[in-house]
Design a binder for this molecule. Sequence first.
Ligand code: FAD
Ligand code: FES
Length: 266
Amino acid sequence: MNPNCKKRMGAIRLETMKVVSQQEIAPAIFELVLQGEMVEAMKAGQFLHLRVPDDAHLLRRPISISSIDKANEQCRLIYRIEGSGTTIFSTLKTGDSLDVMGPQGNGFDLSDLEQHSLVLLVGGGIGVPPLFEVAKQLHERGVDVTTVLGFATKDAVILEDEFAKYSQVFVTTDDGSYGIKGNVSVVIKEFDSEFDAIYSCGAPGMMKYIDKAFHDHPRAYLSLESRMACGMGACYACVLKVPDSETVSQRVCEDGPVFKTGTVVL
Ligand code: FAD
Ligand code: FES
């Protein structure tokens, strides 16, 4: 057992992971590869709660796992600079250490999808990366994967070629500077296939659209974000309401971040 790897509070795991590499893959969007024992426990759709390596930042920052390489104990995160925490992450160099809590959250349920099942992935902007591991794992099982990726503009397009290795890919941009002009609904409306499962992650507007369009689908999933504090189910900073209930809520960090459509109020 790596001495840096400590289990705390039941399933909560803390580890000092090593930075394998970091590069800017689009303006203000970074790909960070980390190495550590924690990778063994990771599932598609989970996230890591990263300590900002600066004492002025008390709260960790949640970032989704984009791909998992268990053989080399490595995982990839892709994040966009939003504020001071992500700016500090962007200065990390190969060989640096990072204090990581995780893997957190439930992840995507990929069970019971077999060869020739039809699956739709819908990602928007910085919500695209968490779907990559889903595409990879389902493709390995022989699942027929279709991916629709929506971005604001050409400069923001990421991972198109990587998704194309594992799925049929459609790209939209809001301004029409690349791919199909419009948002992901322009493409999704044209499908006449019955998908066995739908997995999505993106901005609130996109999540509302998917929640409505696939409201009664038995296997349509949304990966949601909310502002987080503890990231492990204790503080209730991240709760969402449940339809038709004033008392029941769901914690994005612990009960999510993946929810079935129709199960939380967006
Ligand atoms: P701050 O100074 O804290 O905030 C700067 C701006 O970002 C503010 O406008 C603030 O409202 C907004 N912001 C901060 N946190 C969030 C949040 N949780 N959701 C939405 N807006 C936020 N980002 C990625 O780039 N890649 C990911 O893979 C990714 N995965 C995430 C998974 C989960 C489960 C959650 C909850 C969030 C995820 N995020 C991801 C968002 C990321 O956590 C925030 O962008 C980050 O915490 C901002 O930290 P900061 O210190 O740079 O910015
Ligand atoms: Fe504390 Fe979710 S962030 S309960």
